[in-house]
Design a protein around this ligand. Structure first.
Ligand code: C2E
Ligand code: MG
Ligand code: MG
Ligand code: MG
Length: 286
């Protein structure tokens, strides 16, 4: 019987592999329908100024998937798959459109100096798409969001693996528009930092794994101080990711790090709580 049914053999001897492959196929199919069924949604995590009194500078858009069977899925459960299958292109386009519309809404009627930017994670795939810059420009115009209020985050490893001319061309075109670029998860990629000088980059997001340890480990503290010093010299702002304690915040302020983001301030919240979180963080009178 085993011979007659190859699938059964496979399932019997490699049950985990079989399940994983099945699972991926089902996820892949359901991801195609997820956007139109409105199962995918964005949450927003505040990024705060570390200089002076606490003010919210902007919010990072972080995608979630309310799956009908599997429940609430974090991006780690579907973004890597979407990158492999290419589904990240339509998904990423949806994320960008939604985030731009949401930021236009939360800034409506606010004075320019109190405006809060939105920062959006963009995968290497999306970044290499031909019409990418035009599409972003169209979305900004149609929602009426000033380009200065949009930041795109690209991981350090994405820069590493796709360091072609398209990348610098797109970066330059975005800069010309006024859209800022952040290197995400900076410090995890073992890369040369020469690209910071060569490419049009305005923000570094120091990875949580650094920030995690600055209070206990002098070497991590020294590394982050060095990164902040280099960035400052190059005119690049640093956002510390994963700030969880007051002590970390104090060390970051002392080293001149411009911005912080982490559970110490707030987790990512749905759009309808953005205004309340802003008011709560900035305090009365803000
Ligand atoms: P990321 O861009 O580095 O986002 C920061 C992640 O760290 C978020 O996880 C956030 O919830 C988490 N985080 C923030 N502060 C803290 C903290 O104080 N402590 C701890 N332990 N964690 C903190 P999340 O939302 O699960 O996102 C994971 C990753 O998925 C993101 O990492 C980003 O690379 C990716 N991602 C999220 N949304 C999108 C998207 O729309 N498109 C793409 N391409 N990738 C996305
Ligand atoms: Mg990010
Ligand atoms: Mg990050
Ligand atoms: Mg990170």
């Amino acid at each position: 019987a085993a011979k007659a049914d190859g699938k059964a053999v496979w399932r019997r001897y490699h049950p985990q592999l079989y399940d994983a492959a099945m699972e991926r196929m089902r996820l892949r199919t359901s991801l195609d329908q997820a956007i139109e069924r409105e199962e995918v949604f964005l949450t927003y995590q505040p990024i705060v100024h570390l200089r002076g009194t606490l003010r919210v500078a902007g919010f990072e858009a972080l995608v979630r998937w309310q799956h009908p069977e599997y429940g609430l899925l974090p991006p780690s459960q579907f973004i890597p798959l979407a990158e492999e299958t290419g589904q990240i292109v339509p998904l990423g386009a949806w994320v960008l459109g939604r985030a731009i519309a949401d930021a236009a809404a939360w800034n409506a009627g606010r004075p320019v100096r109190e405006a809060k930017h939105v920062t959006v994670n963009v995968s290497a795939h999306q970044f290499l798409e031909d019409g990418m810059v035009d599409e972003i420009n169209r979305k900004l115009m149609s929602e009426g969001l000033p380009s200065e209020l949009l930041v795109l985050e690209i991981t350090e490893t994405a820069f590493l693996h796709h360091h072609g001319p398209e990348v610098s061309r797109n970066l330059n075109a975005l800069s010309a528009l006024g859209v800022r670029i952040a290197v995400d998860d900076f410090g995890t990629g073992y890369s040369s930092i020469a690209y910071l000088r060569d490419l049009s980059i305005q923000i570094l997001k120091a990875d949580r794994s650094f920030v995690d340890r600055i209070a206990e480990d002098k070497e991590h503290l020294a590394l982050l101080q060095g990164i902040v010093a280099v960035a400052t010299t190059l005119g690049i702002d640093v956002v510390a990711e994963g700030v969880e304690t007051k002590q970390q915040e104090q060390l970051l302020r002392a080293m001149g790090c411009s911005f912080g983001q982490g559970f110490f301030y707030s987790r990512a919240v749905p759009i309808d709580r953005v205004a309340a979180i802003t008011a709560q963080l900035e305090g009365p009178g803000a």
